[in-house]
Design a protein around this ligand. Structure first.
Ligand SMILES: O=c1ccn([C@@H]2O[C@H](COP(=O)(O)OP(=O)(O)O[C@H]3O[C@@H](CO)[C@H](O)[C@H]3O)[C@@H](O)[C@H]2O)c(=O)[nH]1
Ligand SMILES: [Mn+2]
Length: 363
């Protein structure tokens, strides 16, 4: 036992930021040895591992990590018939981890994402940067040309309205990737050797009214503010589409964040994405999305939520009705997806009754 009187001046390990307020969600079909490299940054945090595919497969988790693991049998047990809204054989299954978490913040990362190095060669603590992004305001209403004004050594530039400098609360922090960029299959096929070596030292708020292609492999968000909208849709097994899980969620959350006055940031932190998935397999999964999105994007660009929609759940249910009404003509899949969006909210509220009651009370 160390005598407190004798610890003056000794470096005391600071408690990791948000240690007890953040869960790390990892979708996986493989052993999680990648966590060895992340140990200095992630070990203090609780993991929620969503095991996809064969539930009888044993997933190895490195010693020393505190985690809970859910396979498909667990998902079916926890959700019963509502498990139909959780995808199988697609990284979209990760959203089950968001639902069962009891923490305020979520960081989700793929198991082929490793610690990146910044241009000085320093290891990037991606989680620390996401937390910084989430804990400081966003500026969706007016673009700051010097990027993140709240960052050390930066500020609002001349001409930036003082009435807007308080910014808005940040709901989402979207990180990027060195090495294998998150390209769609056609781009992967055309540029199989392309690697991202460009480390851009910037964090930007995505302006209000602008959609963006949200990638789920290095993503953090405030679960209390936007969690119910982070549904990764119906993808993978039995579905006509895959690899649009995060894109669907990104379009939904951005419309809702804009409506509720919340911010979405992109840029730092980088992770090192080590493995390119097979472009031919990816093309089979995503080809319908490539032409559907030409209709889906205008749908989200024109989606208008009512002023009565003041909670994420209400916004999301309104959005599901619009999907059913305006996208089902594109393909019957969207009729099924709209129903799954409702099931997701019902399941979310069942597993998070206190938050649901508070949201309904607010409504
Ligand atoms: O059926 C599956 C396949 C994979 N996973 C887990 O999901 C992530 C991502 O898998 P992977 O790295 O193999 O695939 P990518 O193409 O790089 O994924 C990125 O593209 C998007 C596809 O939706 C997505 O935003 C990114 O994740 C790994 O952790 C796999 O273990 C799975 O759970 N089920
Ligand atoms: Mn990957």
């Amino acid at each position: 036992m160390v005598d407190p009187a004798n610890t003056v001046g000794l470096p005391v390990n600071p408690t990791p930021l948000l240690k007890d307020e953040l869960d790390i969600v990892i979708p996986t079909i493989r052993n999680l040895d990648f966590l060895e490299m992340w140990r200095p940054f992630l070990q203090p945090y609780h993991l929620i591992i969503v095991q996809d595919g064969d539930p009888t497969k044993k997933i190895h988790v490195p010693e020393g990590y505190d985690y809970e693991l859910y396979n498909r049998n667990d998902i079916n047990r926890v959700l019963g018939p509502k498990a139909s809204c959780i995808s199988f054989k697609d990284s979209a299954c990760r959203c089950f981890g968001y639902m069962v978490s009891k923490k305020k913040y979520i960081f989700t990362i793929d198991d082929d994402c490793f610690v990146a190095k910044d241009p000085s060669g320093k290891a990037v603590n991606a989680l620390e940067q996401h937390i910084k992004n989430l804990l400081c305001p966003s500026t969706p209403l007016f673009f700051n040309t010097l990027y993140d004004p709240y960052r050390e050594g930066a500020d609002f530039v001349r001409g930036y309205p003082f009435s807007l400098r308080e910014g808005v609360t940040t709901a989402v922090s979207h990180g990027l990737w060195l090495n294998i960029p998150d390209y769609d299959a056609p781009t992967q096929l055309v540029k199989p050797k392309e690697r991202n070596t460009r480390y851009v030292d910037a964090v930007m708020t995505i302006p209000k009214g602008t959609l963006f292609p949200m990638c789920g492999m290095n993503l953090a968000f405030d679960r209390d503010l936007i969690g119910p909208a982070m549904y990764f849709g119906l993808m993978g097994d039995g579905q006509p589409i895959g690899r649009y899980d995060d894109m669907w969620a990104g379009w939904c959350i951005k419309v809702i964040c804009d409506h509720l006055g919340l911010g979405v940031k992109t840029g730092l932190p980088y992770i090192y994405h080590s493995k390119a998935s097979n472009p031919f397999v990816n093309l089979k999964k995503e080809y319908k999305g490539i032409f559907w999105q030409e209709e889906i994007i205008p749908f989200f660009q024109n989606a208008k939520l009512s002023k009565e929609a003041t909670t994420v759940q209400q916004c999301y249910i309104e959005l599901s009705k619009m999907v059913k009404e305006k996208l089902s003509s594109l393909d019957p899949y969207f009729d099924k997806l709209a129903d799954a969006m409702v099931t997701w909210i019902e399941a979310w509220d069942e597993l998070n009754p206190t938050a649901a009651a508070a949201a309904n009370g607010k409504a």
